[in-house]
Design a protein around this ligand. Structure first.
Ligand code: MN
Ligand code: MN
Length: 455
């Protein structure tokens, strides 16, 4: 169903609304890539998936998952056809823009203890001040023991935040461009203001460190080997008087991650081996050990090839990938009537019109995009239409307005058929992003259709 409002399909809106309840819970908990991996494993194990590293053979119907450094995960349902006939891969990223604590973050200035950050991914810095923020992550001590940090989500917890200048004294600040109105080095969080009652230096900072020592058993130096992410505090909420949308942090791209994962959890008895891969580091170029460019996925598929009896598993991976199809899912820029001019309305993603396909993304002449083959796109269209899934097409804004990339080209490099897919979002990369519940549901249906399509 191309470019039709999907709400009209649902006389009874309960399936759409109920799905969104579970999704809200998922993103309310999953504020970091580590937390998303954690809750994904819980869902996978509940559905009968097993740790793939313990498998000694594979057969059709087996359900396996592989975790990479707690920030990247791949889950498989082995199909009836041999791996050499290709995989059906759903991919999405689970990192989101945020602020990371620096290695040596805490300092004191005029009776305030502050935490210094370096932002992660593309942010409009002015959006991150004067809102409640939470701290999430891990501190790994020298002895290797790991401490989970979570401050600001429980209603009884304190929150932290970043100050902005009062309007009364902002005459100079308001002359600056929006890119400069809040400087990156000024994104420092307020951590405390009570001094210890002694004559030593930095009494407020030492008090904050004492609280961390008391609560987590960590010293200042332990923060060097830590990953503490500063994220918006609080749960995802219904948005709009009709509750048609979800307001939350990190829809980009946990909305595609959740719908992809849920699709794999809810299918069975597959012809082609079904895969859901959730990657880290997309917002900074898909780099490193846990990003889409990592060899992790290749290694895992080689492992499966070996378990299925391939003598030369690494070579077999080449063939498996060439025969595979992928929906590389990431959020699309939802058409916003308040900012209509940045779009080509014929090729924009609209709330309510379902799963979005992008033949290409990129910027300045499609640079950096995967640019899906029309032969593959035709199969995708037919498959979605036959299943009655609502879908639409979009590109990322008007030509030369800006642009952006996804992980699609990385898997495309294996000579795999890949197309960008996803869900329209408003306020992309802001602390509060918005999606339509019916788009979330149609995406889930579309992903299930992709996994189960017979040809
Ligand atoms: Mn994204
Ligand atoms: Mn993004």
């Amino acid at each position: 169903m191309y470019r039709k409002n999907a709400w009209k399909k649902y006389e009874d809106k309960a399936p759409v609304m109920d799905f969104a309840e579970d999704y809200k819970e998922f993103i309310s908990f999953g504020k970091t890539e580590r937390l998303v991996v954690k809750e994904s494993v819980e869902l996978l194990e509940k559905a009968g998936f097993k740790d793939g590293n313990k498998a000694t053979s594979i057969k059709a119907g087996d359900k396996l998952y592989f975790i990479n450094k707690n920030k990247n995960i791949a889950a498989f349902i082995i199909g009836r056809k041999p791996l050499s006939e290709g995989l059906r891969i759903l991919g999405a990223h689970i990192d989101s823009p945020r602020l990371d604590l620096k290695e040596h973050p805490i300092y004191e200035n005029t009776d305030f203890a502050l935490g210094d950050t370096h932002y992660y991914g593309g942010v409009k810095k002015y959006q991150w001040v004067t809102i409640p923020l939470a701290l999430h992550g891990v501190v790994v001590k020298k002895d290797g023991s790991k401490v989970d940090v979570n401050i600001g989500e429980d209603p009884s917890d304190p929150v932290v935040g970043i100050t902005d200048l009062l309007i009364h004294l902002s005459a100079d600040q308001l002359q600056k461009t929006a890119a400069k109105v809040i400087e990156g080095e000024d994104l420092d969080i307020s951590l405390g203001s009570i001094p210890l009652n002694d004559e030593e230096k930095e009494p407020v900072k030492r008090n904050v460190l004492a609280i961390l020592k008391d609560k987590y058993g960590i010293d200042e130096e332990d923060l060097i080997s830590a990953e503490i992410e500063v994220t918006p505090a609080g749960k995802a909420r219904d948005y709009g008087l009709d509750r048609s949308m979800v307001a939350g942090y990190g829809h980009d791209d946990r909305v595609c991650a959740y719908t992809s994962l849920k699709a794999l959890l809810d299918v069975d008895d597959l012809e082609y081996t079904g895969v859901c891969i959730l990657v880290d580091k997309e917002e900074i170029g898909s780099v490193g050990a846990t990003g889409a460019q990592s060899l992790f996925f290749e290694n895992v598929v080689a492992k499966l090839a070996k378990l299925s009896g391939e003598a030369d598993a690494l070579y077999a991976v080449r063939g498996i990938f060439e025969a595979s199809r992928m929906l590389s899912s990431d959020v699309s820029a939802g058409y916003d009537p308040l900012y209509a001019s940045v779009n080509d309305p014929k090729n924009a993603a609209y709330f309510g019109q379902g799963l979005v396909f992008n033949k290409y993304t990129g910027s300045r002449g499609k640079s950096g995009s995967n640019d899906a083959n029309p032969e593959y796109y035709a199969w995708v269209r037919r498959t979605m239409d036959e299943a009655g899934v609502h879908w639409q097409n979009a590109e990322l804004g008007r030509v030369d307005q800006g642009g952006g990339g996804t992980i699609a080209y990385i898997l495309g490099n294996y000579n795999m058929n890949v197309i960008d897919a996803g869900i329209a979002v408003h306020n992309m990369h802001a602390p509060m992003e918005i999606v339509s519940k019916v788009d979330v549901y149609e995406a889930y249906l579309g992903y299930k259709t992709f996994l189960t399509a017979k040809d």
